[in-house]
Design a protein around this ligand. Structure first.
Ligand code: FAD
Length: 319
């Protein structure tokens, strides 16, 4: 079922979460370990992130460097199939521009359709660690909006190559999620520009928005207000992540370009051990979630980052 249909059918605020494929060499059991406890709360859909390959440089015996391509977290589509098979819950694969050309994307969408997947979260992907800015694959997409257009074209029965015989009615009807940034995407020169391109993604076919994580609800409320005044009317699903370590006070802002409120930072800095940090993070996320739920958000989306115990405690307190 489409995410937008889950939202339309729901009487109360829903919750969903996002998981990462296990690291190469690990088992699908890691995923079930994350998901099993959360099934008690009947999540309507679960997102599975996509991780493109990276380049590493290995020194050879002769001292020269050899470039190797590695994919640390493969298996997004397989995990989606496993989730649907084991739990009967909609899985939402993330689909990115990076590393894909148009033909590869079309083939991936055909696979997803054959698996009975109804939703995709369409993203550009970040620049490779070895590169300063994002570069599209040859014959790939530079921006998420172009990928949204390709998915929407398939929804309208338009393949890349229309020379073969195809059914009269389109086979595809993907519900398309897109990303939004309450504190602005790091490359955007200003919020107005970022909203302009966000609106383009919606006009091209984006059916709902999932936000980057934030720790101050006022950032989300102000973002939603700006979106609405720009005429963006689709659901805007807030993304929440509990802080779990002191290290994250620096790593989250540098990785996701967000602010952590002073009050939260002060509390975490005072904490004597990891357990207390985790408790503070959970309590903060509970307060954020309660306020968001009371404000009438359709869904709250949790970033599990392989820590299901924390999400369990939050969802138990909020839902
Ligand atoms: P875009 O919408 O293409 O925007 C990128 C930047 O370009 C923005 O600054 C925007 O303002 C600007 N822009 C957009 N269109 C144009 C245009 N036509 N001309 C000029 N400028 C333009 N990454 C992964 O690799 N895998 C994942 O699974 C993943 N999941 C995510 C889930 C969520 C909910 C979020 C919020 C992010 C996720 N990301 C993931 C990270 C995401 O790929 C990065 O944030 C990426 O840098 C931007 O992706 P986007 O889809 O927002 O890009």
């Amino acid at each position: 079922m489409k995410v937008t249909d889950h939202i339309a059918k729901a009487k109360n605020s829903l919750f969903s979460f996002e998981i990462l494929p296990p690291l190469r060499g690990h088992d699908i059991k890691d995923i079930f370990y994350t998901l099993d406890p959360l099934m008690e709360f009947n999540p309507p859909f679960i997102d599975v992130t996509y991780h493109r390959e990276e380049f590493v440089y290995v020194e050879k015996e002769n001292g020269l460097l050899q470039r190797r391509t590695i994919s640390r977290r493969p298996g997004t589509v397989g995990i989606c199939a496993a989730i649907m098979n084991k739990y009967g819950i909609d899985a939402v694969p993330h689909l990115i521009c990076g590393g894909f050309n148009r033909q590869m994307t079309e083939n991936a969408l055909i696979d997803l359709n054959f698996l009975g997947i109804d939703n995709v979260l369409v993203l550009r992907g970040d620049p490779l660690k070895s590169e300063k800015s994002f570069f599209a694959q040859k014959d790939g997409h530079q921006y998420a909006v172009e990928l949204v257009e390709q998915v929407q074209n398939l929804n309208n029965g338009k393949y890349l190559d229309n020379t073969f015989e195809q059914k009269d009615s389109p086979l595809f009807d993907f519900c398309i999620g897109i990303a939004g940034y309450p504190e602005k995407h790091f490359e955007a020169p200003n919020m107005e520009s970022d909203l302009f391109f966000l609106k383009k993604k919606v006009e091209t076919g984006g059916n709902y928005i999932v936000t980057q994580m934030f720790f101050d609800n006022q950032k989300y409320f102000s973002f939603v207000k700006k979106c609405r005044s720009e005429g963006i009317s689709v659901p805007i699903i807030p993304g929440i992540k509990p802080i779990t370590s002191k290290k994250q006070l620096n790593s989250l802002p540098s990785r996701f370009y967000l602010n952590i409120p002073h009050e939260l930072v002060k509390e975490i800095e005072k904490a004597k051990d990891k357990k207390i940090v985790s408790h503070i993070g959970i309590e903060w996320a509970i307060q954020q979630s309660k306020e968001l739920k009371d404000s009438g958000v359709e869904v709250i989306h949790y970033y599990t980052m392989d820590k299901p115990e924390n999400i369990y405690k939050i969802v138990q307190a909020v839902y």
